[in-house]
Design a binder for this molecule. Sequence first.
Ligand code: MAN
Length: 347
Amino acid sequence: MDIAKRNPANPILRPADLKPCIPGMEITCLLNPGVFRMNGKTWLLLRVAERPVQQEGVISFPVYNESGEIKVLSFDKNDPQLDASDPRVIGYKGQNYLTTLSYLRPVCSDDDVHFVEDPAVRPIFGEGPQESFGIEDCRVATMEDGYFLTFTEVSPVAVGVGLIGTRDFKTLDREGMIFPPHNKDCALFEEKIGGKYYAFHRPSSPELGGNYIWVAESPDRIHWGRHICIATTRPGSWDSARIGAGAAPIRTPEGWLEIYHGANHENRYCLGALLLDLDDPTKVLARSKEPIMEPIADYEKTGFFGNVVFTNGYYMKDADTIQMFYGASDEVICSAQLSVREILNTL
Ligand code: MAN
């Protein structure tokens, strides 16, 4: 059952609402924002995906070269060696590329509907060879000692998880890759449990196992160990092909409540919930049988990559109301409210 109350103003941000940051490019998609509160405002750290305006018969996309400059690669659409069946990825002679280059772009709002840029808070771009295909899908954990960003680092050799710590989004401490490939969907818990940091992450094990949600612990947020798989995909279900954590879990009297995404083999992305033991978050107490949110609105069903609702950010408007932001159809940004109580009642 879909229990999300969508904002009537959805989509609240579309690609045309912002100007491209990379000279000569267009914004193709706005995706999956990280969310945090700073200076009394709501901030979204949008994943912005850019590429050149596409010319007839050619597929072209940007990558960073070894010197960190943008270079455009172009392929003839009719080349028999080219696989362009997925709008997000290109296969060519055994090598995969992304069709767009993503970076993280902050926007802020007083009313959660109208978002503007603040010239003092700059976009965050990929840096170095492990981010040469960009950075994506940031989660922002708000902790006592600052904001901690976990995001996907993409390059020809890997998809892994990077960490940045910051107090003001002006000075960034880039901590490098904290979960090695293939890994994404990492969300930190916002408080320590038993003196240790905790995180969700999503390694992929293609030959044996799958795309499952794991929990790990750390003394310092950089070195992670004691990995435990807490949730697997479910054959025949809405979350049969892959699952991954959303943002930091919500502390409730019943346990940690985590909103996660699940996709089936048709790449239809829905949201569900997990409830974990407060003292031992590797113990799953309950899990959604049915999605709590599904792609049902027009803007969730059609777009760059249709049939997708994907969230990695929210803030608590009050003790019960989750003000959630999400990417729809891998193209536009939307918001919806969910009630903690209503989610718990479905579990
Ligand atoms: C998948 C999709 C893309 C993303 C790549 C790399 O193909 O989620 O949107 O760019 O993985 O993370």
